[in-house]
Design a binder for this molecule. Structure first.
Ligand SMILES: [Zn+2]
Ligand SMILES: [Zn+2]
Length: 136
């Protein structure tokens, strides 16, 4: 199910809702009405929370788990004559690819999970992120 998570401006709470087409985006804590989603495929034309038009892709991924996999690979180097490194790098990569991606709004940081991700979306770009730093 597609869901959107964001920090509600009005009540300052982290809010997560499951969305369907035609549904109002309402804060479940303070009932503030943010937007209406008429069509799920157009969500990434404009952020329903802040009207920003730029988004980035992020893996919904526990960075610590990836580091741990690599650490084990490094620890096994003396025993495997270095063969563990490419093997664990491959494991890490396979694991990473399996993790579903989410889309994040540059401006308000809203997280969109379970949506169909448009192919033009790219991972976080620092120079774009800088532009929006003042809104965070
Ligand atoms: Zn609220
Ligand atoms: Zn936004």
């Amino acid at each position: 199910m597609p869901s959107i998570a964001w920090n509600c401006d009005q009540c300052k709470k982290y809010t997560l809702i499951v969305v369907t087409a035609g549904q109002d985006i309402l804060c479940p804590h303070c009932q503030k009405r943010w937007a209406q989603i008429s069509d799920l495929s157009t969500v990434f034309d404009q952020c329903p929370i802040c009207q920003c038009r730029q988004f980035y892709l992020q893996k919904d991924f526990n960075q610590g788990a990836g580091c741990l996999v690599m650490l084990i690979g490094i620890l096994l180097v003396p025993k495997t004559y270095g063969l563990s490194l490419p093997f664990f790098a491959l494991l890490d990569w396979l694991f990473y690819r399996k993790v579903p991606a989410m889309v994040v709004c540059y401006r308000c940081g809203a997280e969109f999970k379970g949506f169909e991700i448009p192919s033009h979306l790219k991972p976080f770009l620092h120079h774009i992120g800088m532009k929006y730093d003042k809104y965070r």
